[in-house]
Design a protein around this ligand. Sequence first.
Ligand code: RET
Length: 281
Amino acid sequence: ATTTHSHTSTPTGGMPGSYPEYQKAGEVGMRTLWVVFVLMVIATIAFSAMAWTVPVQKRLYHVITTMIVIFASLSYFAMATGHGISYHHVEVRKSHSHMPDTAHDVYREVYWARYVDWSLTTPLLLLDLCLLAGLNGAHIFMAIVADIIMILTGLFAAFGSENTPQKWGWYTIACIAYLVVIWHLVIHGRQMANQKGGKVGSFFTAIGGFTLILWTAYPVIWGIADGSRNMSVDAEIVAYAVLDVMAKAVFGAWLLLTHMNMPESQVDLGGFWSHGLSSEG
Ligand code: RET
């Protein structure tokens, strides 16, 4: 038995006497969505204020990072007010009733607003990291395309049917795209960051490692909550809430505060179209 919050309603006319089950957010989930909305608004104000303290030529990380928390604020406002959420039919379950041969439909909430958020914010987070490492435009572009494929195939997985290859097929494709993203970040990004000099190299290793751990938790939560439904909708909301605050607000504050005291981390677009390519033979 799952620990999900379930609600019953009137029969929908399918099987006689069968009541559909709705797995949806309760009090804890709703409150969590509002709390994260407020935190993201505070982060937006703080990052904007920080941007004003540096000359406009040095604001690229500030601009990108502020956009990330703006998008997150919008998506949490949507979800807290009930937008960007759909019920997805997940299974037909045998009823525990005295009547044999009865079954009922189970529906679960899918918060698709998250995928809209992630399709905009994860490319921006990657852009922050790629600029820090000093990757060239071609590699940044490939990493971002793989990232967008990961999020959109993840959205299809969330609406995939259980008894077809849809759900876990899309999930597998998304995980492969994730490995491509990680390859660019961990292997190529670290190499380039180390070439930039000691301080940037060790900062990139730290914030990149932080990112790697957080990002890897997303597909794990997805597999437990959305994939195999062994987590209630409330627990799923709380899990993503913690990850989102860490991956966006904490990540952003760390990046911007470090950048202010590390001139070597300044974005250098001089080699955007070229550098790094010569080393690839
Ligand atoms: C999904 C499910 C399909 C498989 C994979 C996923 C990865 C998601 C990631 C999300 C990162 C989100 C962030 C949000 C911003 O704060 C789509 C869950 C691999 C890595 C960092």
